[in-house]
Design a protein around this ligand. Structure first.
Ligand code: HXC
Length: 260
């Protein structure tokens, strides 16, 4: 698929989605968000793809936020619409059954940090930096940051980061649980691909059901969450891969999963 502001590469079971506006440090404007929706549709429909990596083009920036030049003239109505579109796109990463890994290769500011937070797993390069700088621009996070940051790092830390607009480095992001791992910049993509491969070798339906159970379960009370989990466990028992996975264990061999 050809895009103006994205590159979508596919390697076997892996889709790599690059945000590609290096002149603006990969800032997200409306066109880029619309293209991301198209790319997500393509990835969801491609049954070969089991894992997605999202990253930024270049070695400096993951995404330096929503595009400030684009946002400057927005009316209240247009601003709300832009926020809505961004929220919808970010949510698509959470709702798709395929796991999404953010490979954060530099600036993850504002909407960039929000994009990273909408991914399932965050891997950061040592040079990555994170912030929600919006209040310094007279706005607030609008791609889900006010909701996902407290869920990830706790309310107190989320409020401090959001009210002060402080920039934190990758190690601090790791310390507070904003990222899962930190790697030297030149190893980031290899590590992301290694993790993608590990996931792709597991039973894809089970991975998707686990994502569903965690995602839905985090939104509801614990009893409802438990029944979502047992429903999904039951669904796994309807798959060929469950017989393959458990059969392989009993027969002392490696399983070969089919995603069925
Ligand atoms: C538009 C951006 C941009 C952005 C960088 N650029 N970030 N353009 N929107 N978010 C552009 C610059 O204008 C510049 O273009 C080029 O990228 C290189 O940036 P420099 O500032 O020259 O680079 P550097 O000195 O290295 O500083 C990098 C930086 C700084 C620290 C990342 O660019 C910066 O502070 N950017 C803004 C970060 C930010 O506040 N993001 C949050 C946005 S609000 P030219 O043409 O001059 O070369 C947000 C809200 C989300 O994300 C929710 C919306 C609903």
């Amino acid at each position: 698929m050809a895009f103006e502001n994205l590159i979508l590469e596919k390697e076997d079971y892996l889709a790599i989605l690059y945000i590609n506006r290096p002149k603006a440090l990969n800032a997200l404007n409306a066109e880029t968000l619309y293209e991301m929706e198209e790319a997500i549709k393509d990835i969801k429909a491609d049954s070969n793809i089991k894992v997605v990596i999202v990253t930024g083009v270049g070695d400096k920036s993951f995404v330096a936020g929503a595009d400030i030049t684009f946002m400057l003239p927005l009316s209240p109505h247009e601003g709300r619409f832009f926020s809505d579109v961004g929220e919808r796109v970010m949510r698509q990463f959470e709702l798709m059954e395929k796991p999404v890994i953010a490979a954060i290769n530099g600036f993850a500011l504002g909407g960039g940090c929000e994009l990273a937070m909408a991914c399932d797993i965050r891997l950061a390069a040592e040079n990555a930096v994170f912030a929600q700088p919006e209040v310094g621009l007279g706005v607030i996070p609008g791609f889900g940051g006010t909701q996902r940051l407290p869920r990830l790092v706790g309310e107190g830390r989320a409020k401090e980061l959001t009210y002060t607009a402080d920039v934190i480095n990758a190690q601090e992001a790791y310390r507070i649980g904003l990222v899962n791992h930190v790697y030297p910049a030149d190893q980031l993509m290899d590590e992301a691909k290694k993790m993608a491969k590990k996931i792709a070798n597991k039973a894809p339906l089970a991975v998707g059901y686990a994502k569903f159970a965690i995602g839905k379960g985090m939104q509801v009370d614990i009893d409802t969450a438990m029944s979502i989990e047992s429903d999904m466990f039951g669904m796994c028992c309807a798959t060929e891969d469950k017989f393959e996975g458990m059969g392989a264990f009993v027969e002392k061999r490696k399983p070969t999963f089919k995603g069925k």
